[in-house]
Design a protein around this ligand. Structure first.
Ligand SMILES: Cc1cc2nc3c(=O)[nH]c(=O)nc-3n(C[C@H](O)[C@H](O)[C@H](O)COP(=O)(O)OP(=O)(O)OC[C@H]3O[C@@H](n4cnc5c(N)ncnc54)[C@H](O)[C@@H]3O)c2cc1C
Ligand SMILES: NC(=O)c1ccc[n+]([C@@H]2O[C@H](COP(=O)([O-])OP(=O)(O)OC[C@H]3O[C@@H](n4cnc5c(N)ncnc54)[C@H](O)[C@@H]3O)[C@@H](O)[C@H]2O)c1
Length: 464
């Protein structure tokens, strides 16, 4: 590379969702764009390689395996062994993610993005040194997007560095089918893996430090979810304080305030923190928050002009689709009229347990406070999925369990919040989000004509 090859219009640090989307878009628009990624195994970012896509692939296969086992017990079809099923699912996952990883690199190359392997580190406000790859070099750019994602939190617990204590990436590659898995943390990562391994025949115990299981959710929903997870064979210990791990060749002993637990492996899933270690933020004068995230304004600009932070690293909600929206906010700020910002975003979420648990907007207490604060009335419409006769799809699929809950401002006919714990809820919640974002009245969602049998009929049942 000559000196001028080290000067770019746009520099993206990390192959995350926002960064790669901006990089490809700006390269196609004619800008000189470089994207720095520390590991070729991560081309395409966390979601594709170690996050959403591999875990949902494994969860899908676990669900199919569990259904086949149930069918076999009822004399329909035949069941394969749990270990073979896990191993086959891992193979399918590997095939899929290696394809997606390669496609992401090719898309970037084809768009004209210069992808540079190595660790990025600021040496000044607009200067970045790249080390650890084939070449050591320093690059500069007018606009820099930091999109380095997040890393698992590792609390200071005795024995945490033992070989059988795995993070969410390592557990996906567990070398043998575990008979017993202890999961520390009852958030989305903990519960999705707990579901997956239970469906592959592993005996799973979740130790969650929080006294309230699924604390972000209404109690009626959380209790139903807990009962269903327990039905799947998962033991849930709420308010569990883990004090130590002791690993040997045969397994690991987990010490907690309620006693000791034997497991083959432990999954540590107690949150993720912004990936800023070694980024040299001090050299650039980039400010961080108390929680270690890069501080940004509503345009996602840092305190250094021209330097933006997108995705998990800016401390926002840790979802791929939020990182995707961050790309739109930054694009608007740098190359548009700046009208798209992070303020007022309505962000849904789904935890891919069985059935999926989805939520958007406020919970019941907050919705009541919100409505009553405006002198309005809150209507809580809640039904067990099994008790909705005009919505047979869940029963057809053999998964009739769940709850649908809508929180409606009566005077405004407006949805303030919604929780759907049912088959297809990961799709339904997006429709509710559109209604909330576009101020579509609740009754309009309820009076529309939907195909049959479909899960959308839940709107006819509860909102008409
Ligand atoms: C197990 C798991 C399951 C998940 N499931 C879901 C899900 O179902 N749905 C959902 O929406 N979200 C899910 N998430 C969260 C989602 O994956 C993240 O929120 C999202 O991928 C974050 O994207 P990002 O744009 O911030 O950056 P990332 O995609 O994390 O990319 C950051 C990139 O930067 C690179 N990097 C880091 N530091 C440097 C450096 N100094 N120099 C160069 N490169 C660097 C990293 O290698 C990485 O490739 C899951 C996460 C995990 C861990
Ligand atoms: N389906 C999805 O969208 C999806 C799936 C997986 C991950 N994610 C994203 O990844 C992020 C990280 O997920 P996560 O589940 O690791 O984190 P989390 O912060 O959402 O949940 C962590 C859980 O661990 C518990 N905990 C914290 N410290 C503990 C300790 N010392 N001992 C026992 N329990 C402890 C907390 O009470 C909490 O229940 C999520 O916030 C989410 O945004 C999303």
């Amino acid at each position: 590379m000559s000196d001028s090859d080290h000067e770019f219009d746009v520099l993206v640090l990390g192959f995350g969702k926002a960064g790669k989307t901006i990089a490809m878009g700006r390269a196609k628009a004619g800008d000189r764009v470089a994207l720095i990624e520390k590991s070729p195994d991560m081309y395409g970012g966390t979601c594709i390689n170690v996050g959403c896509v591999p875990t949902k692939t494994l969860l899908t296969d676990a669900h199919l395996h569990s259904s086949a086992r149930t069918a076999a017990a009822a004399g329909v079809g035949s069941e394969g062994g749990d270990a073979d099923a896990l191993s086959a699912a891992q193979d399918r996952r590997d095939t899929l993610i290696s394809k997606l990883n390669a496609v992401n690199k090719k898309l970037a190359d084809d768009a004209g993005v210069t992808v540079i392997d190595g660790d990025a580190e600021f040496t000044g406000p607009k200067t970045v040194r790249i080390t650890g790859g084939p070449d050591e070099l320093t690059v500069t750019a007018r606009t820099i997007i930091v999109n380095t994602g997040s890393v698992p939190v590792r609390p200071p617990i005795a024995g945490i560095d033992g070989p059988r204590i795995l993070d969410s990436t390592q557990v996906q590659h567990v070398p043998e089918h575990p008979a017993r898995l202890a999961v520390v943390g009852g958030g989305p990562i903990g519960l999705e893996f707990a579901t997956m391994f239970a469906q592959f025949g592993t005996s799973v115990t979740v130790l969650d430090g929080s006294e309230r299981f699924l604390g972000r959710f209404d109690r009626d929903v959380a209790e139903q979810v807990r009962a269903d997870l327990e039905k799947l064979g998962i033991t849930i210990l709420s308010g569990a304080k883990v004090s130590g791990f002791s690993s040997d060749d045969g397994g690991v002993t987990v010490s907690h305030d309620g006693g000791e637990l034997q497991a083959d492996y432990v999954l540590l899933a107690v949150g993720r923190r912004p990936a800023t270690d070694g980024l040299g933020l001090e050299a650039a004068g980039i400010a961080t928050t108390e929680r270690g995230a890069i501080e940004v304004d509503e345009h996602l600009q840092t305190n250094v002009e021209g330097v933006y932070a997108a995705g998990d690293v800016n401390g926002g909600p840790q979802f791929t689709y939020v990182s995707y929206d961050d790309h739109r906010v930054i694009t608007s700020a740098v190359w548009g009229d700046g009208s798209r910002t992070t303020s007022g975003r309505i962000i849904p979420n789904t935890t891919f347990i069985s059935p999926p648990l989805s939520q958007v907007g406020l919970g019941e207490d907050a919705a009541r406070e919100d409505a009553e604060g405006r002198g309005h009335t809150l209507d809580v419409r809640v039904k067990n999925i099994a008790d909705i006769p005009i919505m047979p799809r869940p029963k057809i699929l053999g998964e009739p369990e769940g709850i649908a809950k809508f929180l409606i401002d009566v005077e405004d006919d407006r949805i303030l919040g919604c929780t759907l714990y049912c088959v297809d809820s990961q799709e339904l919640i997006n429709l509710v989000t559109v209604a909330m974002t576009q101020s579509i009245p609740a009754s309009a969602l309820g009076s529309a004509i939907y195909t049959h049998p479909s899960s959308s009929e839940v709107f006819n049942a509860l909102l008409a």
